[in-house]
Design a binder for this molecule. Structure first.
Ligand SMILES: Nc1ncnc2c1ncn2[C@@H]1O[C@H](COP(=O)(O)OP(=O)(O)OP(=O)(O)O)[C@@H](O)[C@H]1O
Length: 248
């Protein structure tokens, strides 16, 4: 497998806190790679440096072989890194399909943008319907976004990330706030997405992580203490002591 994203010696300090401590990580093309770790381990800080919201103090990030360490967020999005935000980016008073149609329009750039209302362009609506169907929300297309549940909003955010057609998806705690049924639905959806996109998943739900990940990296105090398959991570004594053991 070829590396899609390479993180080398990434370090970020906040005052005396090493939020990222010489992080080395390779995300292979097509894999679902989960990053786990206790609260405050530096997972969000890592994603922020990958999406460009935070600048590392040291180290490099390469995407498709190109150094993107100093690239602003909008250019990274354009280069093919989509982040599903913990903070919602949905327009609540619009219909579900209109939200997704806008995302499709944004990706298509100048061909349609500003010229016509995305909501009235059949091609955009059709494409939007396709993404909604993928996340299981086709039957909610005409509903007002505000009327949907929290879980359905999360699925909409993922549909928006899919609509960008970015090869790399950064999913930051997609299961947060979901009920057991919604979580199970999202796990099934992500299983279906595996292999089609490369996914970096930050998630506290260990059942979901171990069910989904091809590889898992464990972050403790800003440092990657182990990377391996779910079976390797489960069997790793160091990980069990530093992290998984805490949950017993
Ligand atoms: N903007 C900031 N200013 C100061 N300290 C920060 C800032 N952002 C993060 N930190 C600190 O850096 C460390 C890593 O935080 P981060 O939010 O990345 O961890 P996390 O693994 O995402 O935690 P959680 O699982 O609770 O979301 C923590 O000690 C946190 O308090």
């Amino acid at each position: 497998m070829a590396a899609l994203l390479e993180i080398e010696g990434l370090s970020k300090n906040y005052g005396g806190i090493k939020a990222s401590d010489n992080v080395n990580l390779v995300i292979e093309q097509g894999e679902l790679h989960a990053v786990i770790g206790p609260n405050g381990a530096g997972k969000t800080t890592l994603v922020a440096q990958l999406s460009g919201l935070e600048r590392p103090d040291a180290g490099h990030v390469r995407f498709r072989g190109r150094d993107i360490t100093r690239m602003p967020p909008w250019r990274r999005a354009h280069a093919g890194i989509a982040r599903s935000f913990q903070i919602t980016s949905l327009i609540m008073e619009m219909s579900v399909i209109d939200n997704i149609a806008l995302a499709v329009q944004a990706r298509q750039g100048h061909s349609f943008r500003f010229l016509r209302d995305a909501r009235r362009i059949p091609e955009l609506r059709e494409a939007a319907m396709g993404y909604l169907a993928q996340v299981g929300l086709a039957d909610r297309a005409e509903a007002e976004t505000a009327a949907l549940s929290h879980g359905e909003h999360r699925l909409m955010e993922i549909a928006i990330a899919l609509a960008s057609e970015a090869p790399l998806l950064l999913l930051d705690e997609p299961m947060a706030g979901l009920g057991p049924e919604e979580s199970a639905q999202l796990v099934e959806f992500l299983k279906g997405l595996k292999g089609k996109r490369t996914i970096l998943l930050i998630e506290h739900d260990m059942d979901a992580v171990f069910a989904l990940a091809d590889r898992i990296s464990v972050l403790v105090y800003g440092h990657v203490i182990a990377t391996g398959t779910p079976a390797e991570i489960r069997a790793n004594d160091h990980v069990r002591h530093a992290y998984l053991g805490e949950e017993d």
